[in-house]
Design a protein around this ligand. Structure first.
Ligand code: PHE
Ligand code: ZN
Length: 849
């Protein structure tokens, strides 16, 4: 790898495929180490793009190949083979051998706990057989599976089965990345759904024995998703079967293979005693996301991988809408904003920044990012705001009409909106090509009854991009009367298209109070330093629930920064306001829980860095602890009663209302335990009859270093449940005191049940440590060495997993010179390793620059 620089692929180099595929026939004879895959593929030259015939293929052992029945001898290339072929339609047949058991990259066909499964997005199909493995080659698939295992599944409809075999046909042309196969000793929990036009669809969730009781929630979520997509987008399901399979070893959350979604077990299995409220919400959203892909992803797919956001941004947006409808829209918006700002803004501000539609890559797996997914979804939300709801849904209808069956581009997508509104969205397109979070600086003047809001937009430089053009930003705002607290008129949507915009309001008696970017409708950073005094006003008077929360968040953040930089922290009015809000029964408990939340330590580090300072992880940690204690002390008198009031009695329900009460109760428990030494938390732990309350109590106890007894009890209770044990692992690395965190992580990795080839387990330990900012950034650099050691080890087997985790280093330039040196040493050590994967090489090189 060192001497052959990996190839960089550019969007601008796109050319259509030279050969198209009409039909694919595959036969699998399954065996752990020598599976045989026979393929019979009908090719024809693409009249629009003549070129040479080449197939992708990796880690394949070619047994035989023929064209129209005549044996051929292809020439092997770096990523497959080439061959001279007839300039007319022909049949390619090949047989290859592969080894699922030794495939720990979890791409292609692999074995997970005795079960065969596949993962083909983005380029895994080429590990199954030789094929033009690119999304703009679409074909119908017929699949025969031969194996003694009782359950043999593939895409589409079952067309035949017998002893030791089954046959499947998927009538919808699809790219290879949507191919899937599953074989195992599985059980299904099933149901049916009747579509709007009366088609009865057989739904099933397939799991290993013992997990049957954990399928109901996913199945129910699937039915809700199917109904919602009919109702809101007018989209019906298009096959007679919809299967979901739970797999223990999986790199991502889940995968939208046509008619056969494959899920990380953690994203599908749910029961009250083993799953938290957050798990239930996440599972509901992921089931919906994968289901929604059937239209946004499968029926209309991407022309090439640069267009990934075409399916992902849109599908995330759709799953966010779905969750807002199923639960609380304001709460969902805040949750999404928290994620976007802590992870995507961070990515956009560092060495890994890239546009929502990247222009080049070395390894596409490195671009399944928060920018493509979450910022991609924000762009859809902005479009919807800009054109209005009605035009949005008309544009979507047009998109489905015009592009059904296509492999489309972002240009196609934007064109649909332009045609719908008969307007020009070329400036909006810049959101897809310019990386970096726009910053809007706000200043105000008030004179003779005229109020001016001066908005100045800048977009920071990012790797490979400078001198950016202003974005088209839909900015929702409102004005408030400073004395009565009342909103003045309606909310207004301003279209910002210039670097500088002045919004003028005349005939006002007093200088109004501003409420900007309401609903967080634009994913930007508002520099409102000049408006800092408005925040207490907003806490009392805001009519926009997002901005009300935002005021609390901003005050909390500033309080933490002040504490972390040696100043006094927030003063009485802040605590008083907080106390008032927490007790305000007109507010949703879930919302109150969010008001009580703190930004992460990492968010504070970023804020200090952006303000020109150098964050000290340990001081930030102490600030968060100090503020928690102060809040606890201020709320002392109300905590026990409010905690009691928020207890949910009766049968557990994962729906929004009970979830919200538990969220608030558990926030309060975290505060209470700072005062009572853990008494209440221990009681909750001992009595808990659901995982939400059990794990929250464990966290509360661990955070004050009183968790050892509970930890042992938890382990004794759950040692046989892999998913629950992941919580046990991550709770420890996540809550360990800064000086103990790396040692805690190391001890955990020495346990027998630390199977690092299982991505969930690896992420539990390592992700917990990384989230424990002060622990990971320990002054002696032990956290950095520890992570680097593990990245090297994991990379040899599962490059995707290592590459994703390596992003923990992306913030290194925030820190002091000593820490930077320590990290640099580790980055260089990783890069120096022979046979580093293409994935990790690209990530570390980008971070290092
Ligand atoms: N396409 C999947 C999703 O977003 C994610 C995924 C990508 C899964 C690559 C596996 C591999 O729903
Ligand atoms: Zn997706």
């Amino acid at each position: 790898m060192k001497d052959s620089t990996p190839q960089r692929i550019h969007l601008s180099d796109y050319t259509p495929p030279a050969y198209l595929v009409d039909e694919v026939h595959l036969t699998f004879v399954l065996d752990p180490t020598s599976t045989r895959v026979k393929s019979r593929i009908a090719f024809r030259p693409n009249p629009d793009a003549p070129g040479t015939f080449a197939l992708h293929g990796e880690h394949l052992d070619l047994i035989s190949a023929s064209i129209d029945g005549e044996p051929v001898d292809p020439a092997f290339t770096e990523d497959g083979l080439t061959l001279s072929v007839p300039e007319a339609p022909f049949i390619w047949e090949a047989e290859v051998e592969i080894s699922p058991e030794t495939n720990k990259a979890l791409e292609g066909l692999y074995l997970s706990n005795g079960m065969y499964c596949t993962q083909c997005e983005a380029q895994g199909f080429r590990r199954i057989t030789y094929y033009p493995d690119r999304p703009d080659v679409m074909a119908t698939f017929t699949v025969r599976i031969e194996s003694d295992l009782p359950v043999l599944l593939s895409n589409g409809n079952l067309t035949g089965r017998g002893d030791g075999w089954s046959e499947w046909h998927d009538p919808w042309p699809k790219p290879a990345y949507l191919f899937a196969l599953v074989a195992g000793d599985l059980l299904d929990v099933h149901d049916t759904f009747t579509t709007a036009s009366g088609r009865e669809v057989q739904l099933a969730v397939w799991v290993r024995k013992g997990d049957e009781h954990k399928c109901g929630w996913a199945l129910n979520s699937l039915k809700k998703s199917m109904a919602w997509d009919e109702e809101v987008y007018g989209r019906e399901y298009d096959l007679d079967i919809f299967n979901i399979v739970a797999v223990d070893d999986f790199n991502m959350g889940a995968m939208e293979n046509k008619g056969l979604n494959i899920f990380n077990a953690s994203a599908v299995l749910a029961s009250p005693d083993t799953s938290t409220d957050a798990d239930f919400e996440r599972i509901e959203a992921i089931v919906a996301h994968e289901y929604f892909h059937n239209w946004t992803g499968n029926r209309i797919t991407c022309r090439d991988w640069f267009q990934l956001c075409l399916k992902e941004g849109l599908t995330v947006f759709r799953d966010q809408q779905f969750t807002s409808d199923m639960r609380s829209a304001p709460v969902k918006r805040i949750e999404d904003a928290i994620l976007l700002r802590s992870r995507q803004f961070r990515e956009d501000a560092g060495p890994l920044a890239h546009p929502v539609r990247p222009e080049s890559f070395v390894e596409i797996n490195n671009f399944y990012t928060v920018t493509v997914y979450e910022k991609g979804a924000e762009l859809i939300g902005m479009l919807k705001r800009l054109v209005g709801d009605d035009a949005y849904y008309r544009a979507l209808d047009l998109y489905f009409d015009r592009h059904d069956g296509d492999a489309a581009t972002i240009e196609d997508w934007i064109k649909v909106f332009e045609d719908t509104i008969d307007g020009d969205l070329s400036q909006f397109m810049l959101w897809y090509s310019q990386a970096g979070t726009p910053r809007l600086t706000v200043t105000e003047t008030f004179e003779d009854g005229t109020h001016e809001i001066i908005l100045e937009q800048t977009i920071p430089n990012t790797p490979g991009q400078t001198n950016k053009h202003p974005h088209h930003i839909p900015l929702a705002f409102a004005l408030f009367d400073p004395t009565t607290g009342a909103q003045l008129g309606e909310e207004v949507l301003a279209d910002l298209t210039e670097a500088r915009t002045v919004l003028r309001h005349e005939g006002l008696e007093r200088k109004p109070v501003l409420s900007l970017n309401r609903g967080f409708a634009a994913p930007i950073i508002l520099d409102t330093t000049s408006l800092a005094d408005n925040r207490l006003f907003a806490l009392a008077n805001e009519t926009d629930s997002f901005n009300r929360w935002e005021a609390a968040r901003s005050l909390t953040r500033d309080g933490l920064i002040s504490l972390a930089t040696g100043e006094g922290g927030p003063d009485d009015p802040y605590f008083d306001a907080l106390a008032g809000l927490v007790q305000d029964d007109t507010l949703d408990p879930a919302y109150r829980a969010l008001i009580l939340g703190q930004p992460s330590q990492d968010d504070i580090a970023q804020a200090i860095f952006e303000a020109g300072g150098t964050p000290d992880p340990l001081l930030i940690y102490r600030a968060t602890e100090a503020l928690r204690l102060r809040v606890a002390q201020r709320l002392q008198d109300i905590l026990p009663a409010l905690y009691a009031k928020m207890q949910v009695h009766g049968v557990y329900s994962p729906e929004a209302s009970d979830t919200g009460k538990r969220a608030l109760a558990n926030r309060l428990l975290g505060l209470l335990s700072r005062l009572d030494g853990g008494t209440a938390a221990q009681i909750q732990f001992d009595r808990a009859d659901n995982m939400t309350n059990q794990i929250a109590a464990l966290h509360a106890l661990l955070s004050i270093d009183r968790g050892q007894t509970a930890l042992a009890a938890f382990e004794a209770q759950w040692r046989d449940d892999r998913l629950v044990m992941n919580k046990w692992f991550s709770a420890q690395t996540g809550t360990a005191a800064p000086e103990a965190a790396v040692a805690t992580a190391r001890t955990l990795t020495e346990r027998e049940d630390f199977d690092w080839t299982n991505p969930n387990r690896f992420r539990a330990v390592m992700g917990g440590l990384i989230a424990n900012s002060a622990g990971f950034h320990a002054e002696d650099g032990a956290g950095y060495t520890f992570l680097a050691d593990w990245l090297l080890k994991v990379d040899a087997k599962n490059p995707q997993l290592a590459a994703r985790m390596s992003a923990a280093f992306e913030t290194w330039k925030r820190y002091d010179a000593d820490r930077q040196d320590l990290i640099k040493t580790q980055l260089d050590r990783i890069l120096a390793k022979d046979s580093l994967s293409r994935d990790l090489t690209e990530m570390i090189s980008r971070i290092r620059n």
